[in-house]
Design a protein around this ligand. Sequence first.
Ligand code: FES
Length: 171
Amino acid sequence: MEKWNRRTFLKNGTKGTLGMLTLAVVPISLTACNNEETIDTSSLAKLGLLDDIKKGPFPKKINYSTTIKDAWVEQKREGFVYVNVDPENANNLLIMSPVCTHLGCIAGEVSDDEKSESSKELTFYCPCHGGEYDEFGINIGGPPPRPLDIFQPIIQNNEVYIPVLSSTERT
Ligand code: FES
């Protein structure tokens, strides 16, 4: 049996540290490089099959439930996103966070019955201070300073994932 002393501790401790660094770095680079490669999904939430998500009607709400693993910490996250077809490129999906860009309340869906004659565009409404967004998450009324944030989807084996902890601001 190997006897532990300062030298073996440093030797084994260094191996362990390098191992942890490698694990911490690999998923980020693979995710950023290529959606076709095998990715580490431990910091992502799965939304479902791309073929299903691409089917209308739009906009639609998709719930997710995931456990984010960061080193030895696990965190359960449940939430939802709104999905629509990108008005600038019909081949892309717009995956929007429901978090209001004013002060962070959750914007809910407005039913057709609730839409008034004057606000046909109104699709998502934040009840906290009256924030209004259209079907593409563009702020059209109230205090929100910018559109709903979006998630950059990552696709693997026809499954759509999003990095739930890092949405992207639109201007
Ligand atoms: Fe949504 Fe203020 S937090 S309008």
